[in-house]
Design a protein around this ligand. Structure first.
Ligand SMILES: Cc1cc2nc3c(=O)[nH]c(=O)nc-3n(C[C@H](O)[C@H](O)[C@H](O)COP(=O)(O)O)c2cc1C
Length: 223
């Protein structure tokens, strides 16, 4: 698999097979991803991987807290800016609508939407759950470095026949994540990520999200 294939076949997988992923594979992915660039080579990423018993224990803990706290614990950062404007507002709306359409959930069916959203907190059935953290004293440049590390993980996963779904949704449970992982106070959670083998029969995995034409995000001059 080359980089183009990895990019073209990466998608946000929201239903996984329970097939375990060997520790050596996860280790190899996380290690190879450390070749990601970072400003000043700070390498500001910190990643935690859960599988097996600790993953089950963690998911059960969150499940036990969901009924009394359906909105989670708030978030340490704003996932989106308030009053999201065009064209971003429509892109976000469409991606949500297209996703629920794959599983036949109508816009009015708030309960079904909530239940699907709650699947985030089971890592969509993935056998591996990753958490990406950063020192809270770091700024936007280092957050961008962390994003590059995450993208490397997602592309390397494809090389191993695996799929992923980045999950900012986990930031809603930052206290529980921090408590469970024993995060030092200076580390904050940015995002989780589900990792595993894609369930090829799951309708939700048929979602193919759109992209705006290149002209909307790039200008080439002097060629
Ligand atoms: C940092 C980050 C966080 C994300 N968080 C979530 C999430 O919490 N739950 C979810 O279902 N998808 C999440 N996504 C997936 C995006 O919705 C998805 O990348 C986007 O719609 C484009 O679709 P694609 O990944 O299938 O190409 C996240 C993606 C990124 C990059």
């Amino acid at each position: 698999m080359n980089v183009s294939d990895a990019l073209a076949t990466r998608m946000s997988c929201r239903a996984f097979l329970p097939t375990p992923v060997p520790e050596a594979t996860v280790r190899a992915i996380l290690e190879a991803a450390t070749r990601s660039p970072s400003g000043g080579n700070l390498q500001p990423w910190r990643v935690y991987a859960l599988a097996g018993a600790p993953l089950r224990e963690f998911v059960a803990l969150v499940r036990s807290r969901l009924p009394t706290n359906p909105r989670g614990e708030g978030s340490e950062y704003d996932i989106y800016p308030t009053g999201l404007w065009e064209p971003y507002r429509s892109r976000r709306f469409e991606c949500g609508e297209d996703m629920y359409a794959t599983i036949g959930v109508a816009r009015e069916d708030k309960l079904a939407r909530l239940l699907q959203f709650a699947r985030n907190f089971e890592f969509f059935g993935a056998p591996v759950g990753l958490f990406f953290c950063i020192d809270r004293r770091m700024g936007p440049p280092q957050w961008s470095d962390l994003g590059m590390y995450m993208q490397s993980v997602m592309l390397l996963a494809r090389e191993h026949g695996l799929h992923t779904c980045a999950q900012e949704a986990w930031s809603m449970w930052y206290r529980t994540v921090g408590e469970f992982l024993g995060l030092p106070p200076e580390l904050m959670l940015f995002s989780g990520m589900a990792l595993g083998y894609r369930d090829e029969s799951a309708p939700i995995n048929t979602l193919k999200t759109d992209r705006a034409p290149l002209a909307e995000c790039a200008e080439l001059r002097g060629f």
